[in-house]
Design a protein around this ligand. Structure first.
Ligand code: C2E
Ligand code: MG
Ligand code: MG
Ligand code: MG
Length: 281
């Protein structure tokens, strides 16, 4: 029996279980260290007005520069950060850094653009998010209209009544609000009308199948029409081809974001892009 075998019992446990729990704890420990030692950084991906072709915003996307591994994408650590409570301090860092950087660009004379920050479900559940945003805007001096928060459809719909209250609080600050990954959840239209949001982001899964799946084309067209009928702006994410862009343009989609225009990039690189626009203007 395992108990009788003393110290060697671990070898009778499910090995996958051992490694996954061990790996998780190890990751958690390294994430803690990453926060303490400043190993996180933001990449920025341009959001472009389809009509004018100008950069009007950028999405801040977090990365972890792990000294042992290199650049780690958010999918590899956000879930663990969410489960371990590290998402609070991490999100706060992202928000502060995005606001600080955007204000610094404006102070350098670059054309002003909004910065969009992803808010995790866990952080949205914390009732003091509006207070935190207020404090960070004050501290960094960024005007509220140059900050937008992205919340996924499923985050908002998880508790829609509560979401209405919190979105109203956030909206009252004068910041923008966008529903991310739109079309993958199940918003009811009656709620959509009550959410004080400014923008719908069409999920990449629909956009990527433009030209390949008529169902996804129909869904994309319907989301654009829905947004317009509710007086909302609409942006397509994951635009990778000229054909996709043409399709969106024909339907008067307002903005696009995707590899076709630019990949997420360092703060230096996007400052260079913004600078070029200023020179061209
Ligand atoms: P998201 O908010 O939907 O962000 C868009 C993701 O799509 C980004 O992946 C971006 O690099 C990728 N993408 C953009 N254009 C294209 C394209 O044309 N083709 C393809 N194939 N992909 C494209 P990334 O940076 O790996 O981020 C993944 C997700 O991680 C984000 O999805 C967001 O949910 C989450 N995330 C990123 N940064 C943060 C953060 O600071 N806080 C929180 N809570 N979540 C974050
Ligand atoms: Mg997003
Ligand atoms: Mg998205
Ligand atoms: Mg997405």
């Amino acid at each position: 029996r395992a108990k009788d075998m003393g110290r060697n019992t671990f070898q009778f446990y499910q090995p996958e279980m051992n490694t996954s729990v061990g790996a998780r704890l190890n990751l958690e420990r390294r994430l803690r260290r990453a926060l303490r030692d400043g190993e996180f950084l933001l990449h920025y991906q341009p959001q472009v007005d389809i009509e004018s072709g100008k950069i009007v915003g950028m999405e801040a996307l977090v990365r972890w520069l792990d000294p042992e591994v290199g650049l780690v994408p958010p999918s590899a650590f956000i879930p663990v950060a969410e489960e371990s409570g590290l998402i609070g301090p991490l999100s706060e860092w992202v928000l502060r850094e995005a606001c600080r950087q955007n204000k610094a660009w404006q102070d350098e004379g670059l054309p002003p653009a909004r910065v969009s920050v992803n808010l995790s479900a866990r952080q949205f559940q914390q009732r003091d998010i509006a207070k935190l945003v207020t404090a960070i805007l004050e501290e960094t001096g960024l005007e509220p209209r140059y900050l937008e928060l992205e919340l996924t459809e499923s985050t908002i719909m998880r508790n829609a009544e509560e979401a209405v209250v919190m979105l109203n609080e956030l909206h009252a600050l004068g910041i923008g609000l966008a529903i991310d990954d739109f079309g993958t959840g199940y918003s009811s239209l009656s709620y959509l009308k009550r959410f004080p949001v400014d923008r719908l982001k069409i999920d990449r899964s629909f956009v990527s199948d433009i030209g390949a799946s008529s169902d996804d084309e129909t869904i994309t067209s319907a989301i654009i029409a829905l947004a317009h009928s509710l007086q909302l702006q609409v942006i397509a994410e994951g635009v990778e081809t000229a054909a996709q862009l043409d399709f969106l343009k024909e339907r008067a989609c307002n903005e696009m974001q995707g590899y076709f225009f630019a990949r997420p990039m360092s703060h230096e690189a996007i400052a260079g892009l913004l600078q070029r626009e200023r020179v061209a203007a």
